[in-house]
Design a protein around this ligand. Sequence first.
Ligand code: 1HN
Length: 371
Amino acid sequence: MEKNNYIQSQQVLDFNQEIERFHLGPLWNAIPALMHHEPQPQAVPYLWKWETLYAKLMEAKEIFTPDRGGERRAIYLQNPGLMNREPWGWASTTQTLYAAVQLILPGETAPSHRHTQSALRFITEGEGAYSIVQGERIFMEEGDFLITPQGLWHGHSHTGTKPMIWMDCLDIPLIYSIGGTFFEPYPDKIEAPSVPDNYSARRYAGGMVRPISDRTPTAAPLGSYKWNQTRQALDSLGEFEPDMYDGHAVEYINPSTGSTSHPNIASWIQKLPAGFAGKAHRHTHATIYHVFKGSGYSVINGVKFSWSQGDFFVVPNWAWHEHVNTSSADAYLFSCSDLPVMEKFNLQREEDYADNNGCQDIVDEFVPLLP
Ligand code: 1HN
């Protein structure tokens, strides 16, 4: 008590203000706000409905083309709790990650470039467009997962007939906050192919066997993870007991190292079998989910977030969460998290929800914004 009174005294308050002009700060003021007992993320749980994203992409189509500068027709998911980051909220969906939906139309080209942020794509709709990554044209189909870890040239072009939409995730806020942003446009509009189409996926068609020339690890030995193969893995895993939190879940890995596909982003896809009701837990990493198929809800810190195909939602760091599949069909959630960052900084922690048979009480329901 006395301590608190002391730091509120006029003498101390005057001093605090006085040193400000020398660009100095009193630790006694900062400590209570900065040193919480446990993580207090500024990012909040949130959900974006597919109807809204789709409607806005359709409007964006009318006002923007990649040819007019600006590189890509992407609309990012700005976490309402991180709006105060200048500029542009640092395009933060979580404290470390950016997620967006991107639309490319037949005949369009999104120019090649490279940057220090790692990028990934999860294909939600359409076919016939390709990403060209380090000279390899990678044609995209629904459910495919594509990677461009930091520093690799990449651009996109659409040679098909129907609009294509995918989810992007990059570690933009993380790299921005540590002052590590480099960005370089390719000298030409788009890179020319230097290897056969779909080269890496064709070289890795066998799954857990690799070409003998690939014994030395590289950043992206496999550029795309085809949905067919991933689905087989999930179905086969589905013959066994599901994980109590995440159902049947797999992680996309770099086949030359066994580590996550990206240095700072872990990507998973999980199948929640029909009727699955997961237990609640929390962990230090924050996660962005995309509902690839199915419908259900997640409870995040006691609030019910109902989701259906195409929606996106955020579980911030250290937030209690559990997933429930309310439908009679399997549900598939694709997700990206900053788990590798937490691991690198020795901050990876996880906790079970002990009360209530491992499930949270629902105290509120989130109302999403519709177009
Ligand atoms: C980028 O390169 C892509 O390649 C998408 O499609 C979003 C956001 C910021 C910086 C680079 C892409 C991006 C990006």
